[in-house]
Ligand binder design. Structure first.
Ligand code: AOS
Ligand code: ZN
Ligand code: ZN
Length: 424
């Protein structure tokens, strides 16, 4: 299924008058409105292939329907999202779940939807069919060099798939850790991981980045070998200039100050990319902005400040990606909600009066500083985000149009009750 230009135009025409009233009202008081719209138009958030199917929990999985059964259909799904919002112009693949049989065909299919290939993700957290050694006790950190070698080779294969598709980054997330004290020698586990990553790093093309993702706990509950941003930064620093830390919002211990982590990683030039999601407890992988929208705004506030300070382009300076997986909502609707929440938080961060904030900080005027941030956060910028979509030829109300066009019903007609188990 494809969404046609005319269908979007008809939808937008119906909402045009209402949108114009809201847009005129809000933009009157914002002098830099054009520059904010421009930046929103540039900003793209990659969609992970594993978020397109209904996620599961270890207790059960309630299947959706009309879900993509192969890579072509996953690309079609992201194409639909991108047509609706023009902000989801990339897909992030997961090997071996998404092995492209014919890279050229896959590439041209993606570009027919205006999509690029974001970071490729390796998977050494599950045993694959026909694999010689098991990852039960870890992969890159494993005590047995034969297991490490197998995991390194898998990552090299993933890089090669990525090269064929035009990806520019490899994301490594490891389930390596221990669940009982004494199970691991921490130093050896770290050293083994570093040595394995060095071998992978040696195969990275010149213009590629390696993203080292950390996670505080789960699947292991005593230690994770790359458990926090310190361990990730240590590895990225030892590896070299193409290695960076990747921040997944759900991978911290409760109440961690993620915005401060982001700020310092940017200062060190070592923040590489982002996995957006939201959570109340841990790695809940809920819709971005659904639980802690103020935190999302504060993170974007640091991103904008830090990227401007180091001269990084907002759209291309970091890898932006969603990492979420649910079992209650239609995954496509959920992704539209996530992208919208991210855009709103970004727009609000762009609205912050940086000069006034700097002054307030210099004067130790904490009341003023707090007010500046909260003023921006409490401004309803939905019409500005919608205007950016309108100018890009996307829908004023993406979820509204998704429902008007009965997209899910159409997909069920095309694909049947197909449902796939993906995601972690
Ligand atoms: C796992 O918790 C991490 O968030 C990974 O980034 C990701 O979910 C995984 O690689 C996808 O299976
Ligand atoms: Zn992640
Ligand atoms: Zn996660």
């Amino acid at each position: 299924m494809r969404i046609e230009k005319e269908q979007i135009e008809q939808h937008n025409n119906r909402l045009a008058a209402k949108h114009k009233r809201a847009f005129d009202y809000i933009s009157e008081d914002i002098s830099e409105v054009e520059s904010i719209i421009n930046k929103l138009q540039q900003f793209q958030i990659a969609i992970p292939s594993w978020a397109l199917g209904t996620g599961g929990t270890r207790f059960g999985r309630f299947s959706g329907k009309g879900e993509p059964g192969n890579l072509e259909q996953k690309i079609e799904d992201v194409g639909l999202l991108h047509a609706l919002n023009r902000s989801s112009g990339a897909i992030s693949l997961h090997i071996p779940w998404d092995i492209p049989q014919n890279a050229e065909q896959i590439k041209s299919l993606a570009s027919s939807y205006g999509l690029q290939f974001d970071a490729v993700n390796s998977n050494t957290f599950q045993d694959q069919e026909g694999q010689e050694h098991s990852y039960k006790f870890g992969s890159l950190h494993h005590v047995d060099p034969k297991v490490r070698k197998q995991a390194v080779q898998h990552n090299i294969d993933v890089i090669n798939h990525g090269i064929a598709l035009g990806s520019k980054a490899l994301t490594v997330w490891l389930a390596d850790g221990s669940s009982f004290p004494g199970q691991l020698n921490f130093r050896e586990a770290f050293q083994n991981t570093l040595e394995s990553l060095k071998e992978i790093y040696a195969h990275l093309p010149e213009d590629w980045k390696l993203f080292v993702e950390y996670k505080a706990f789960e699947p292991h509950f005593y230690s994770m070998t790359i458990g926090d941003w310190g361990q990730s930064l240590l590895l990225a620093t030892k590896l070299g200039s193409k290695a960076y830390t990747l921040v997944d919002l759900g991978h911290h211990l409760p109440n961690a100050n993620i915005e401060q982590i982001v700020s310092l990683l940017l200062m060190e030039g070592k923040l590489g990319g982002f996995h957006f999601n939201d959570s109340k407890y841990a790695d809940d992988d809920l819709t971005a902005g659904s639980i802690k929208p103020y935190q999302l705004f504060l993170i974007f506030n640091e991103l904008v400040e830090g990227m401007d300070a180091s001269g990084l382009d907002h759209a291309t300076g970091l890898g932006w990606m969603i990492d979420a997986s649910h079992n209650l909502k239609d995954p496509l609707v959920d992704l539209l909600q996530s992208v919208d929440a991210i855009m709103i938080a970004y727009a609000q961060a762009l609205l912050v009066d940086r000069v006034a904030l700097k002054e307030a900080q210099r004067d130790n005027d904490i009341v003023k500083a707090q007010q500046i941030l909260q003023d921006a956060f409490r401004t309803d910028l939905r019409a500005i985000v919608a205007e950016a979509r309108l100018r890009d030829g996307a829908a004023l109300d993406p979820i509204g149009l998704y429902n008007e066009l009965s997209v899910r019903e159409e997909l069920i007609k095309e694909r049947g009750d197909n449902t796939v188990a993906t995601g972690l």
